[in-house]
Design a protein around this ligand. Structure first.
Ligand code: ARG
Length: 573
């Protein structure tokens, strides 16, 4: 049984022993460790309900807790709180168990779910830009955390590989090929898109051809499909380069783009009409949602097929839900998508529920995130106001990290600088994002994210190298040594290390990666205090091994934790 659970059970029993069988105990970790490890806040409510004196009731419960060998002390505080301190030996035993377990004491879930995570999902035809960063890395982190907890994760990269812009691009590619440029490699997608758009805007004839190509594409014309495929392949190759640089788990196998659902769109619409959920409105097929009234108090209109028969983003997402439930057998569907699409997802899920495509036992959640802002408080752009390519941003971060590392440590050779610069540069960008509450906007600032102080990747990566350097100096010591917790800093560090599982579970419940980031920051800070206050290598034999064990658990927790954020660690920095 897990430490926190065990404590809760024991406290519940102490409540029960005093006639409070079903009262909530309200157990919290203490804010001030001077008074204990936990605070029990449930006595006052229980006393009120049973018309008892809270202080007297607290005294009685405390007396029961004092008899329990799990606790070193239990004391009444204020009008009826109870401060609880764990017995250091019990705490040490749990730390010991975590150290012996390859998952650091995190138990695999006994109810594994199939979690379908939709993330990254860029629109193709353009290179990935900074706007794709958040979905990609938040989704990657959730993928890792759910997997670590023993769930079955299916990543879905719902790329936008279909739609009218492809008519324009294919028409332009065709034109270029005819001009003898059959070898065109689409090397610069961005430029290619701009050129095609220019042609489209300036030449009526070309615009018409482009529209014809959309129709040809949709009706499956083989020659047009071939050109389109060339486009999709090139864009995906670009995306994969970015994924590799970021160290994401995404591969080609995770791509199920919009085009995948083409042949299911008509039947999806037809079924909604047959069920009376969608209706004809001036030729278009629309679902009117009473639940979502607009400003004029009219039901919101969710268009699923245009007047001209064309389908939309929304139609694809409906077909997609059916696929994720019926074919992929997802129990939980997560959509890591910009907060600006919140209404879309709320409406989508409502309709899918009405249609019976999203059964009650399947959860669908929009994992929304805010915008990455520049220092000026506006969405992050280049000085001239253009969107920034993700590849450029990452390369710049690596370059900055290299300069920084070289200046801090002039003894490093070039190869080392390259390696460390890469790990720190990528880690910094990811951590700056993952450590913020995802629902808010955040300011992208090179100086703060690459700082070695504060809640940053370099700080955590550095803390890890400090742990490693202890072991380089320690040479021989007993890896089975028993942990003894004597000093308050040791006690606090051990207590925090044992919260790892709770933190991961809270991410699985809520989809907030910053819980893990903040937790690791807390671990690194507590380690630093412990390191300063408690000599490790110079301590007497038993204490030395015990402290090395605690240091080892710290190192492993930092490493696993950073890995779950998708961030690498280093031996030296
Ligand atoms: N391609 C979309 C965009 O860039 C995101 C797709 C998200 N996933 C989904 N199933 N709608 O906005």
């Amino acid at each position: 049984m897990k430490l926190h659970q065990l404590i809760a059970t024991e406290v519940e029993q102490a409540f029960a022993a005093n006639g409070l069988e079903n009262s909530p105990i309200i157990l919290q970790t203490a804010k001030n460790h001077q008074f204990g490890d936990y605070q029990i806040n449930g006595v006052m409510g229980a006393a009120k309900k049973n018309q008892q004196n809270p202080r007297e009731l607290a005294e009685k419960i405390t007396a029961s807790l004092q008899k329990n060998s799990l606790f070193a002390s239990a004391e009444v505080a204020g009008p009826g709180f109870i401060n609880l301190r764990l017995h250091p030996e019990k705490l040490a035993q749990f730390a010991q168990m975590a150290l012996q377990d390859e998952f650091l004491g995190v138990t695999k879930t006994c109810l594994p779910e199939t979690v379908v995570i939709d993330y990254s999902s860029p629109n193709l035809a353009k290179e990935m830009h900074v706007g794709h960063l958040r979905s990609s890395i938040i989704g990657d982190c959730l993928n890792r955390v759910f997997s670590y907890l023993g769930h079955h994760v299916i990543a879905q990269n719902h790329v936008g590989d279909w739609g009218t812009q492809f008519g324009m691009l294919v028409a332009y590619l065709f034109e270029q090929n005819q001009n003898g440029r059959a070898d065109l490699e689409l090397a610069d997608l961005e430029q290619f898109y701009r050129d095609a758009k220019k042609r489209f805007d300036e030449d009526e004839q070309f615009a018409n051809t482009a529209r014809e190509y959309v129709v040809k594409l949709q009706s499956g014309d083989p020659a047009v499909l071939k050109l389109w495929q060339q486009f999709v392949t090139t864009s995906l190759q670009h995306a994969q380069l970015v994924y590799n640089l970021l160290g994401l788990k995404l591969t080609d196998a995770d791509v199920t783009g919009e085009s995948f659902y083409n042949d299911q769109l008509q039947s999806t619409v037809d079924e909604l009409i047959a069920k009376g959920i969608a209706v004809d409105s001036n030729g278009a097929k629309v679902v009117f949602l009473e639940e979502f009234k607009n400003q004029d108090n009219e039901p919101a209109a969710f268009v699923i097929q245009k007047k001209d028969g064309g389908f939309l983003y929304a139609s694809t997402d409906l077909a997609c839900i059916r696929y994720r439930v019926d074919t992929l057998h997802g129990n939980r569907l997560l959509y890591v998508v910009d907060a600006r699409q919140s209404l879309h997802f709320a409406e989508l899920f409502t309709i899918a529920r009405q249609a019976g495509w999203l059964p009650e036992n399947v959860q669908a959640e929009h994992i929304a995130f805010g915008t990455m802002m520049g220092k000026d408080g506006k969405p992050f752009k280049t000085r001239s106001g253009e969107t920034i390519k993700l590849m450029d941003l990452l390369n710049e971060s690596i370059a900055r990290a290299k300069t920084l590392v070289a200046s801090k440590n002039p003894d490093l050779n070039e190869e080392e600088i390259n390696h460390i610069g890469h790990v720190v540069g990528i880690g910094a960008v990811k951590y700056a994002d993952l450590s913020k509450n995802r629902t808010s906007d955040y300011i992208f600032d090179w100086d703060s994210m690459l700082s070695f102080e504060g809640n940053t990747a370099p700080y955590l990566q550095y803390a890890y190298t400090r742990v490693q350097s202890v072991f380089r100096k320690a040479s021989n010591w007993d890896r089975n040594a028993v942990i003894h917790l004597q000093e308050p800093f040791e006690h606090q560090l051990a207590l925090e290390l044992l919260r790892f599982e709770d933190v991961l579970n809270s991410i699985a419940d809520t989809g907030y990666p910053h819980y893990l980031a903040n937790y690791l920051y807390q671990i690194a800070s507590l380690f630093s205090r412990f390191y300063e206050a408690c000599p490790i290598l110079k301590a007497d034999e038993n204490l030395r091994s015990s402290r090395l064990q605690l240091t080892r658990l710290t190192g492993q927790t930092l490493k696993h934790g950073l890995d779950l954020l998708g961030i690498n660690t280093l031996e030296v920095m």
